[in-house]
Design a protein around this ligand. Structure first.
Ligand code: GSH
Length: 364
């Protein structure tokens, strides 16, 4: 008997792409059938990715044939399409919001640490360019391969160089990377994941960035030396399809790792996101700010402003659903004020969307 293959989700992703691996980990965790595809060529040059017109990876093709981009709204859309099937969103509205906040910390801050390491030291540049292109292009004679690797390395370092003087932000980026590792080490003393015995969208978001930080030479050496349990936690999150845990009970105290990550949100991540949104609002090309007494200077990023808008809307929704204690938790970590919808702001808040998302700056 011939078997007719049902259309499946298709993840068009790339080797070395933290968001692609994040999305695949979400599919695996939820046991949603999918195919993982690295389209030949790389990024915009690859036929199908070019046709999808998103300008970034991952791109998801649904079984009905639409193309979506942007891992966070894709994961949220999947929650609506497959309700109750090993959700990545905690049942408790407060934990659900906190999981979205920590996911964004990974997506929008930890990614800066990752790309700074990846395209800084000669060792990292050489390794990362070579292994990523090997994953994109497969079999190829070494001379031609070497040329493409070099073009890719020059492209990536050039993009970062145009984003400003990279040494300025380095002390803050490097110290916060260590802080994330320490937070995970502390969390897994008492809890398998951030919100209990099963992974949430926060764990999956952290996995995406840390999956690469565990591979790239310099940050990998730091993780292997200082955070071996966190290193293995990252390996485990790649495929959590076999995990059968429960969410934590919301009346227990938050885990120590979640507390540390919330401290990072209140002292660094959210002030940065607010400064960025202010720069976008004022039409300024750059964000100049100081966090914990350390400088942070980047190009203003419209996408990050939309992420902050999405978080503010998610907080308002959580409070509407009844999340006693959430306000106090956020106040304890200096996050509350930074997440308030300001008077007159509500109508202009533009959240991220899987259907319409397109790249507006490289590296997300
Ligand atoms: N917010 C997006 C970010 C995706 C992203 O930045 N992807 C990178 C690769 S990891 C990319 O496609 N960059 C475009 C480029 O390098 O041209 C998501 O969550 O999917």
């Amino acid at each position: 008997m011939t078997q007719v293959e049902q259309p499946r989700y298709r993840i068009l992703g790339g080797p070395g792409s933290p968001y692609s691996l994040k999305l695949r980990a979400a599919f695996r965790s939820r046991r949603i059938p999918h195919n993982w595809i690295v389209p030949p060529g790389y990024l915009g040059t690859a036929g199908e990715l070019k046709a999808a017109g998103k300008g970034m990876i991952p791109v998801l093709q649904t079984p009905e044939g639409s193309y979506w981009a942007d891992s966070t709204p894709i994961i949220l859309n999947l929650e609506e399409r497959h309700p109750g099937q090993r959700s990545l969103l905690p049942d408790d509205p407060a934990d659900r919001f906190l999981s979205l906040l920590l996911e964004d910390l990974a997506d929008e801050w930890l990614v800066l640490c990752l790309f700074d390491f990846r395209w800084d030291a000669e060792l990292d540049q050489a390794f990362c360019a070579r292994r990523q292109i090997a994953g994109w292009l497969g079999a190829m004679p070494s001379e031609q391969f070497g040329q493409i690797v070099e073009q890719f390395r020059v492209r990536q370092t050039g993009v970062l160089a145009r984003m400003g003087d990279r040494t300025v932000n380095r002390p803050l980026l490097r110290s916060t990377y260590r802080e994330v590792l320490d937070a995970i080490e502390a969390q897994i003393e008492g809890s398998r994941f951030m919100f209990g015995g099963r992974p949430s969208i926060a764990d999956i978001g952290l996995f995406g960035q840390l999956s690469q930080l565990a591979i790239d030479p310099t940050p990998s050496a730091i993780m292997r030396e200082h955070a071996i349990r966190a290193y293995q936690w990252v390996q485990d999150l790649d495929d959590t399809s076999g995990i059968e845990g429960e969410w934590r009970t919301p009346d227990e105290p938050l885990g120590p790792g979640v507390e540390r990550l919330l401290t990072l949100c209140g002292e660094v991540f959210l002030p940065f996101m607010v400064a960025n949104a202010a720069a976008i609002g004022a039409g300024e090309p750059e964000v100049h700010t100081e966090l914990r007494g350390l400088p942070m200077v980047t190009r203003a990023n419209r996408y990050k402003a939309r992420c902050l808008a999405s978080l503010k809307l998610a907080l308002a929704e959580a409070l509407e659903k009844g999340a006693p204690g959430l306000e106090q938790t956020l106040r304890n970590y200096d996050c509350w004020d930074l997440l308030q919808i300001r008077p007159g702001e509500a109508d202009g808040l533009e959240p991220v969307s899987a259907e319409t998302s397109q790249r507006d700056t490289p590296f997300g």
